[in-house]
Design a protein around this ligand. Structure first.
Ligand code: PGA
Length: 252
């Protein structure tokens, strides 16, 4: 059985104190109500990671950075390396989020460097892909996503590929309140799994966790997660309230 994952992406929200309060609240509800076959991950700002690692039960909750540097170390003012992230006790890193691609010019080339460094430092990358509205309207989303995969994670060795999770996040659904329908999600997740099977074989494809992201909330998580190729979610807005987040986790 492949791993079910529900990961929160706090983005650039919460100061340190608020972040710790949120982590504590999630930790408490996960301990009391969380389905224990689901890996729960908190994607916090860099400044919060160490404290969040100390705050939560890390046997139960993983901690993720939302990015890492494309270089291992050196004169790159303001950057945070994969090794630094790992040294805090975090074990995941979100890579290739559409906001980073769009606002910070992240290309496939940059992402390949980040993926390599994350894997070298034993961080599990949650690799994001997904199309903008015009591409969805033109009906070319599958080809678009396939190209994103071809240029990045499909270049990994099969041993490395097995260590990553994928998040399909249609840009038109992120933070908009418009969620992909259950059918739309299943259709493209199945497509992604099919392309993984073509590239790396069935066994690896069946073992890869593919998360859905984009306005996922307690009211729609159950329907989305019921799909055979949807293995969890990457949650932005609804991860900012512990009760909503746990509501999503319990969507399984
Ligand atoms: P959202 O964000 O849940 O607020 O739509 C998801 C994401 O950007 O990862």
């Amino acid at each position: 059985m492949r791993q079910k994952i529900v990961a929160g992406n706090w983005k650039c929200n919460t100061n340190l104190q608020e972040g710790i309060e949120l982590a504590k609240a999630v930790d408490t509800v996960v301990a009391s109500k969380g389905a224990d076959d689901v890996v729960v991950v908190l994607g916090t700002p860099f400044t919060h990671i160490t404290k969040v690692v100390e705050t939560v039960n890390t046997e139960r909750i993983g901690v993720a950075a939302q990015n890492c540097a494309a270089e291992a170390k050196g004169a790159y003012t303001g950057e945070v390396s994969a090794e630094m992230v790992k040294s805090t006790g975090a074990n995941y890193v979100i890579l290739g989020h559409s906001e980073r691609r769009e606002y910070y010019g992240e290309t496939s080339e940059t992402l390949n460097k980040k993926l390599a460094l994350a894997l070298e430092n034993k961080l599990t990358p949650i690799y994001c892909c997904g199309e903008a509205l015009d591409i969805r309207e033109a009906g070319t989303q599958n080809a678009f996503v396939k190209k994103q995969l071809d240029e990045t994670i499909f270049k990994l060795s099969s041993d490395d590929f097995k260590k990553i999770a994928i998040a399909y996040e249609p840009i038109w659904a992120i933070g908009t309140g418009v969620t992909a329908s259950s059918e739309q999600a299943q259709e493209i997740h199945a497509f992604i799994r099919g392309t993984i099977a073509e590239k790396f074989g069935n066994e690896i494809a069946e073992g890869t966790s593919i998360l859905y992201g984009g306005s996922c909330k307690p009211s729609n998580a159950k329907e989305l997660f019921a799909n055979k190729d949807v293995d969890g979610g990457l949650i932005g807005g609804a991860s900012m309230k512990a009760e909503d987040f746990i509501g999503i986790i319990n969507g399984f």
